[in-house]
Design a protein around this ligand. Structure first.
Ligand SMILES: [Zn+2]
Length: 281
C-alpha cells in the first residue's frame, strides 16, 4: 500500500447486512478499508462473494478478511486441525472473488503442547495450506494475528517465526492484544517503535510493504485480554503515539478498528492521523 488506510472490522451495523449499503456507508464516511468478518465461518456463496469484490473495487475499499475464530491448528482433536486447514484453504480460494488481500486468523491454543511443539504443528499446517491453495489466493497473504490471551499461540516471537518459516505469511499486529499481553506496557512511542523495529529487523520488506494492524480499546487481567472497548481517551492503549511513529517513519499500514463501534474507531484513528498531517504543514 502506498498510503495509510483506515477501516472497520465487519459491516457497519447501520447497513443491516445490506451489502450495497455497506459500501455506501464506508464511502460516505471516508474510510479506505474493510475487514470482512467471516469470524463464524465463511458462509458466503461464490456469486455473493463476487458482488462484494466488485463493490469494494468500485468504492475504492481495500479488503481483508478475518477468518473463523474457531480455527485451531494445534488442536488436540485431529478433525479440528483438518477443518481449520480447510477453512484457510477456502478463504484463499474466495480471496480473489472478494478482492481480499489479507486473511487474518488466530492460529489457536497450544492444545496441551509445549510452545515448541505447537509451533511445529502450526507451521506445518500452514505450509500445507499454502501448498494446497497459496496460488489460488492470487496474491492474498495469510496474516496470523498477535493473540490477546497468554494461553493462545500468538506472541510477537511466535508470529515472527511463523512468517519466517512459512511462505505466504505476514503478521497482523493487534495493538490492543499486545497491550493486554504485556499488561499495559506497549502504550508509548518508545515501546511502539521498539516493536515495529523488531518486526522490521526480522521480516524486512515483507513486513514494511504489508503492514496490517488491529486497533481497539481493551481491558485485561493477568491472563491477557478481557474485553474490547471503544477507541479513545478512556481505555488503553493510547494509539496517538503509534500514529505519530507511523507518520515519522513513513510507514503505510492498514489500520483496522475492532473497537466496540468499529467504524467510529476507524474514523477516530483517521482523525488523529489527519490532524498530525495538518500540523506538519
Ligand atoms: Zn484483532
Amino acid at each position: 500500500m502506498n498510503r495509510v488506510l483506515f477501516g472497520p472490522a465487519g459491516y457497519p451495523s447501520e447497513a443491516r447486512g445490506n451489502v450495497r449499503r455497506v459500501f455506501q456507508i464506508l464511502a460516505e464516511a471516508g474510510v479506505d478499508a474493510l475487514e470482512y468478518a467471516a469470524v463464524h465461518g465463511l458462509k458466503t456463496k461464490e456469486d455473493k462473494a463476487k458482488i462484494i469484490g466488485e463493490l469494494a473495487k468500485e468504492s475504492g475499499i481495500t479488503m481483508s478478511m478475518h477468518a473463523a475464530y474457531y480455527i485451531s491448528l494445534a488442536s488436540k482433536t485431529p478433525r479440528i486441525r483438518e477443518t481449520s486447514k480447510e477453512r484457510l484453504v477456502k478463504a484463499l480460494r474466495f480471496a480473489p472473488l472478494m478482492n481480499v488481500k489479507r486473511i487474518v486468523f488466530h492460529p489457536g491454543y497450544l492444545g496441551g503442547l509445549s510452545k515448541e511443539e505447537a509451533h511445529t504443528v502450526i507451521r506445518d499446517a500452514l505450509r500445507s495450506v499454502w501448498e494446497t491453495a497459496g496460488d489460488q489466493g492470487e496474491g492474498a497473504f495469510l496474516a496470523p494475528e498477535i493473540a490477546g490471551k497468554l494461553s493462545a499461540y500468538g506472541s510477537i516471537e511466535q508470529i515472527i517465526s511463523l512468517c519466517q518459516d512459512v511462505e505466504g505469511c505476514i503478521p497482523t499486529i493487534d495493538w490492543a492484544h499486545l497491550y493486554a499481553r504485556n499488561q499495559g506496557e506497549v502504550n508509548d512511542k518508545q515501546n511502539y517503535l521498539k516493536i515495529l523495529t523488531q518486526f522490521e529487523d526480522a521480516l524486512g520488506e515483507l513486513f514494511v510493504n504489508n503492514m496490517h494492524f488491529h486497533i481497539s480499546g481493551i481491558t485485561f487481567t493477568e491472563k491477557g485480554e478481557a474485553a474490547h472497548r471503544p477507541l479513545g481517551q478512556e481505555w488503553g492503549p493510547d494509539i496517538l503515539p503509534l500514529v505519530e511513529i507511523i507518520r515519522e517513519c513513513g510507514y503505510k499500514p492498514t489500520f483496522i478498528s475492532e473497537s466496540t463501534n468499529p467504524l467510529q474507531g476507524a474514523l477516530y484513528a483517521k482523525f488523529l492521523f489527519e490532524e498530525l498531517e495538518k500540523g506538519s504543514k
